[in-house]
Design a protein around this ligand. Structure first.
Ligand SMILES: Cc1ncc(COP(=O)(O)O)c(C=O)c1O
Length: 462
């Protein structure tokens, strides 16, 4: 009989994280300081982040040891299960085999604590007492609040206002984990006050919340900033996901032909797919696996954005990063996948897309929720709106197999549950969702503005 759940023992939690930097198809363009137009010295970043995290950010070591204290906390939910979606396969009448790796089993309910626990650990080790951060959907904020509580640190979260209003229970969860939380833009920072003065009804954005959290970190004693995605140290912490999945497939003697993951900043997608990519380039993979990254049409950073240097935040406090971007002033439509509303993307993911090593795709939220509701009906788990983009892609791939008769193995990452997203399902069932498409002209306008601010931006030699 086919197995529905494939488990590993606790002692099979990976002992190392995988860093893709030495294996990228081309060296990564460095972060640039717009004042000097030169690469940023990593030491400057140490004012903002724990030192060890900055070292990991620029590390060229392929494997980095996971501290025992971090593995000990990982044991609360890792190794996470790999499921076979037999009921979904039956419903679709597809010859394909569909599997999903489920990260919703973590205490806060997503993949985010894989990095939150590690980041809180290194900050604690370096004597930091407090961490400030932003959160979009609330998943990252609750994960960091959990990580900080485990490590005995204070945590301050700036939550994008529209998500704060849409998901009050996420905010309550962060409080239960002992964190302080305010809707962003807030009155707590100079930047937040400036935004509110210009637009008291601002729904906020991740770019604004990042600016507020950075300002908080640099204006408070013994406080550092933490980011839940985009940066390399975050991506590499997530690779425990893919490493476990490879072992789980070994147990059932199968291997994915296709991997689907959603991208907001790119961390969960990197977590599931980089270990498979490493398997491929080292000749260990039995198949030439296709890797697909999926984003919303309302925030099409990679599929419609430009691959060029831009800031990671709205107030232009971060260095310039070479990435696909919709422009740092992007304010997203109020779609329910709050974690996928970021204007940029992890530079590693962008480079892999630019070099044709991964495919990218965008779906509108109505199609995404249609796929999610089919998943609820067949598999029973209520998925978060973000990974529902991956569900939609997996279903599309399975339907292609139905047409061609191919018995492909399809894997997707279900990186979080949607227990706090039921209002989104309600909006879908009552036909209130809009199929937003971000217009290409808006991207052009933002790029024009960026070039006005930095006329030299396209001449950088990277
Ligand atoms: C459940 C969930 N999935 C995905 C994302 C997107 O982030 P990333 O692309 O870094 O995984 C988020 C971000 O908040 C999230 O909460």
């Amino acid at each position: 009989m086919d197995k529905v759940k494939i488990f590993l023992d606790e002692d099979e939690i990976p002992k190392k994280w995988y860093n893709i930097n030495p294996d990228l198809p081309k060296p990564l363009s460095p972060p640039i300081d717009p004042k000097t137009r030169e690469p940023v010295n990593p030491e400057v970043l140490m004012a903002l982040f724990a030192k060890e995290l900055v070292k990991q950010e620029v590390s060229t070591e392929r494997f980095i040891d996971i501290p025992e204290e971090v593995r000990e906390i990982y044991r609360l939910w890792r190794p996470s299960p790999l499921f076979r979606a037999l009921n979904l396969e039956k419903e679709l009448k597809t010859p394909a085999r569909i599997y999903y790796k489920y990260e919703g089993v973590s205490p806060p309910g997503s993949h985010k604590p894989n990095t939150a626990v590690a980041q809180a650990y290194y900050n604690m080790k370096e004597g930091i007492e407090r961490i400030a951060t932003e959160t979009g959907a609330g998943q990252w904020g609750s994960a960091l609040a959990f990580g900080c509580q485990q490590m005995g640190l204070e945590c301050q979260v700036y939550m994008v206002k529209i998500s704060y209003d849409q998901k009050p229970f996420r905010a309550l969860m962060m409080q239960a984990y002992g964190a302080g939380i305010v809707p962003s833009p807030s009155q707590q920072t100079e930047f937040g006050r400036k935004i509110l003065e210009a637009n008291p009804d601002s729904p906020g954005s991740l770019g604004i919340a990042i600016s507020e959290a950075i300002e908080d970190a640099v204006t408070h004693d013994n406080t550092k900033y933490a980011l839940g995605s985009v940066l390399n140290h975050v991506l590499l912490h997530q690779t425990v996901i893919g490493q476990e999945t490879i072992k789980q497939f070994e147990l059932i003697d199968d291997y994915p032909d296709v991997i689907c993951g959603c991208i907001g900043g790119g961390s969960s997608f990197s977590g599931i797919s980089w270990p498979f990519y490493y398997h491929k380039i080292t000749g260990k993979a039995p198949k030439d696996t296709k890797i697909i990254a999926i984003e919303p049409t309302a925030c099409p950073s990679v599929t419609k954005g430009k691959y060029m240097y831009d800031h990671g935040d709205t107030a232009r406090m971060t260095p310039l990063l070479k990435m696909h971007t919709l422009g740092h002033e992007f304010v997203p439509a109020p779609i329910h996948a709050g974690g996928l509303r970021y204007h940029g993307m992890a530079p590693q993911v962008c480079l892999m897309a630019d070099q044709g090593k991964i495919e990218t795709r965008a779906y509108n939220q109505i199609d995404v929720f249609e796929a999610a509701s089919l998943f609820v009906k067949t598999e029973g788990i209520i998925p978060a709106p973000e990974p529902s983009h991956a569900i939609k892609a997996a279903i599309d791939e399975a339907l292609k197999c139905k047409e061609t008769g191919e018995k492909k193995t399809i894997l997707f990452l279900l990186c979080g549950h949607g227990h706090f997203d039921l209002a989104a399902f309600d909006a879908y069932y009552s036909r209130k969702l809009q199929p937003y498409e971000y217009p290409a002209e808006e991207v052009e306008k933002s790029m024009h503005k960026l070039k006005e601010i930095y006329p030299w931006i396209e001449d950088l030699p990277y």
